[in-house]
Design a protein around this ligand. Structure first.
Ligand code: FNR
Length: 180
């Protein structure tokens, strides 16, 4: 199984990036993770759609070829990040490769809300017609990682309770991808 990760933070030492790296190692027997290069995408511009810029074309191809998508987002000013919205806007056009694509959402914050508000906004976008991704049902399946400074060590998620919860959600997501 192959997943494409859209990491909504561009910084090198991003907790959200470290979450994906943790998942890459911990679930290597379940799936491989490929990183989407959302940094290289130009700002979405309808005048540039035909032909699409190479970076957008590549993103479309990556998502189309993947069994599922992993979206991890920081919370910036009570929402998900602009770079992530830009990537989703590109993906909503042309062949719309996100349509019905199994998609797992997660987010990490150093604070007590754990990207709750960012993920609420993101959910609205994920059900819009241009995206229409297939996600786990809301109400218990949200991966909201709070107080990241205490739960990550040397660039990896190490908090046992959080890892156990993550294991349970990943199992459900693998079933979703496999149509179980
Ligand atoms: C933040 N941060 C933040 N945190 C939060 O829980 N709610 C918020 O609304 C915001 N807003 C916000 C705006 C801006 C511009 C910055 C730079 C930061 C803090 C943010 O969660 C923290 O920097 C995370 O570490 C960012 O994620 P990465 O880069 O570690 O993945």
């Amino acid at each position: 199984m192959k997943l494409v990760a859209l990491v909504g933070s561009l910084r090198k030492d991003s907790f959200n990036l470290h979450l994906v790296e943790t998942m890459e190692e911990r679930y290597k027997d379940k799936f491989a993770i490929e990183y989407a290069d959302i940094r290289s995408l130009p700002f979405y511009d309808q005048d540039q759609e035909d032909p699409m810029p190479e970076a957008a074309k590549k993103l479309h191809q990556q998502v189309a070829a993947a069994d599922g998508v992993l979206i991890v987002t920081p919370e910036f000013n009570w929402s998900f990040s602009g770079v992530l919205k830009n990537a989703l806007d590109w993906l909503s056009r042309g062949d719309r490769p996100m349509n019905n694509k199994p998609t797992l959402v997660a987010g990490v914050s150093p604070f007590m809300m754990g990207t709750l508000r960012a993920q609420q906004h993101l959910r609205d976008v994920l059900v819009s017609p241009g995206i229409a991704a297939r996600t786990l049902p809301p109400g218990g399946n949200e991966i909201l990682i709070t107080f990241a400074n205490e739960k990550f060590k040397d660039g990896r998620l190490v908090d046992e309770n959080t890892l156990a919860f993550l294991d349970s959600i990943v199992d459900k997501f693998v079933n979703l991808v496999q149509g179980k």
